[in-house]
Design a protein around this ligand. Structure first.
Ligand code: GLU
Length: 503
């Protein structure tokens, strides 16, 4: 068998969304599982839909996800260029070839003329298609004489090249995920292959490039399934061997109905893009997983499981493990429902596995984090105490703010619950005990226990107001751990403050 080569072929018409990331990921996993190549090709023939910055965004997003192509516009490769806008001469060459066959013709109809006909059709409740029924009465090289065609060409009248769909032919198609199915060519129209500016459309450029780049497997989104018949025929027309195809099902909204759209992120409060994206036209910034605090390995793991079940229902897999386990036979035919809770669960699981030092590094690089000069040794202890409960690294900072900032207000409900008329006296006496302590969490734990026992006080009567004084509310890790990190001076100062402020 020839070498497995899989391409990811995004169009730079906007930022990559979750569906695009999943396509890239499955392309990568399949290629690497088979010991093959993962190729990035930028499909930028549609200049009208080109979005400034989208191409850089796609490359940066793939890099963040760890999906490094073997060949791409950036790194090049033996089948370059990898940007369609730089491959015009290649398409021109194959255009001449397809024009020699019976599968393509020139069409001179102007947009206005086509609009007219479209309107006529609408009046009788029909939808116009440029196809086997209509092409014989339109202005094209099938209806015009050779002399007329040459005259139009000589006069430089704009034209497009259309595919001549065979009449009433059954196409037997095959998809690696969905199996075999057939399509009658009469349901397909005569797609434009080359536009009037000489630029190929997606369909033509795509198959030329897949052929030229020796692509063995095309794994792409379900939205391209209706084009499969045309693509089969284009390979036939050119006399080329075609790759194998697999079409991935949609990613669905959290409620399970309808495709997850680019706007759903705002609606449901989770990102649909891997990285933040600033729309160059509107300046509006859409949120990305990276900026929301997701770890790239957690993100990729979550995306992988949107539509693929690894063996033994394993859920946590590194990219290398995914490569080993990936199997298109286990990719689902049905749509995969996105879940924000699941995404967060993955991040929590991955965060737990990071070392305290790694998390500290991440936090130091996070906007808005200010440790108020606290030394790393203490910060590492704090991270160790807090990470089990955190979904994102930043939660450790947000939930542990009291470590860096002395409370000035106390949660009202907590005060009601924790503070009694005798609390001030109890804490006053406790301070004397703390003054004499070596302030190690273990010793403190014993000392506080002994203190409560000596006075026949329930632990709650001591621990709750103590926690409230230190934290400002009844949250956080174990009190002796908090005391040790805050240190004697700060802890006693906080207790005295609380006694003064809370009445
Ligand atoms: N440029 C197409 C897209 O962005 C690629 C489709 C394909 O993979 O064939 O969806």
């Amino acid at each position: 068998m020839s070498r497995v080569r899989v391409r990811f072929a995004p169009s730079p018409t906007g930022p990559l969304h979750l569906g695009g990331v999943r396509t890239a990921l499955y392309d990568y996993l399949f290629a690497k599982n088979q010991g093959g190549d993962f190729v990035l090709r930028i499909e930028d023939t549609d200049t009208a839909r080109y979005v400034e910055g989208a191409e850089e965004y796609i490359m940066e997003a793939l890099e963040w996800c760890g999906l490094i192509p073997d060949e791409s516009p950036k790194i090049g490769g033996p089948y370059g260029p990898y940007k369609q806008s730089e491959r015009r001469d290649i398409y021109d060459k194959y255009l001449l070839e397809i024009l020699k066959t019976d599968y393509a013709y020139l069409a001179f109809d102007t947009p206005e003329e086509l609009d007219e006909i479209r309107k006529e059709f609408e009046q009788t409740g029909e939808v116009f298609a440029y196809n086997y029924l209509t092409r014989n009465r339109l202005k094209n090289s099938l209806t015009l004489s050779e002399v007329e065609v040459l005259k139009l060409l000589h006069e430089k009248v704009p034209y497009v090249v259309r595919f001549k769909m065979p009449v009433d032919k059954t196409l037997n198609l095959e998809d690696m995920i969905r199996g075999k199915f057939s399509v009658n060519t009469n349901t397909l129209d005569d797609k434009v292959l080359v536009k009037n500016d000489g630029m190929p459309t997606y369909h033509f450029a795509n198959i030329v490039d897949d052929h030229e780049m020796k692509i063995s497997h095309v794994i792409r989104g379900e939205e391209w399934l209706p084009s499969l018949g045309l693509h089969y025929l284009l390979y036939e027309a050119m006399g080329w061997e075609r790759p194998q195809f697999a079409h991935l099902s949609l990613i669905l909204k959290p409620e399970g109905k309808g495709k997850l759209s680019k706007r759903d992120g705002d609606k449901f409060g989770f990102p649909v893009f891997p990285l933040n994206f600033k729309d160059p036209a509107t300046g509006v910034v859409s949120k990305g997983y990276r900026e929301e605090g997701y770890l790239p390995d957690a993100f990729i793991n979550m995306v992988a499981l949107l539509g693929w079940s690894p063996a033994n229902d394993k859920e946590i897999l590194s990219l290398d493990e995914m490569v080993k386990e990936f199997d298109l036979n286990k990719v689902h035919k049905a749509g995969a429902r996105f879940s924000k809770e699941k995404a967060e669960w993955f991040n929590h699981e991955y965060l737990k596995t990071k070392s305290d030092e790694e998390i500290l590094g991440m936090l130091k690089n996070t906007e808005g984090v200010d440790f108020q000069g606290m030394e790393d040794e203490k910060l590492i202890k704090i991270i160790g105490l807090m990470k089990e409960r955190a979904t994102f690294a930043k939660d450790i900072y947000n939930d542990g703010r009291f470590f860096f900032e002395t409370p000035v207000v106390y949660d009202e409900k907590a005060v009601k619950k924790a503070w009694n008329p005798d609390t001030a006296t109890i804490l006053g006496e406790l301070v004397s005990v703390l003054q004499a302590s070596n302030f190690k969490a273990e010793t403190l734990r014993e000392e506080i226990h002994a203190f409560a026992e000596d006075r026949s006080l329930g632990m709650g009567k001591v621990m709750m107001p103590l926690r409230l004084s230190l934290v400002g509310e009844l949250k956080g890790p174990d009190v002796p751990d908090i005391l040790e990190i805050l240190g004697k001076e700060e802890s006693i100062m906080r207790i005295n403050n609380a006694v003064k402020i809370i009445v």
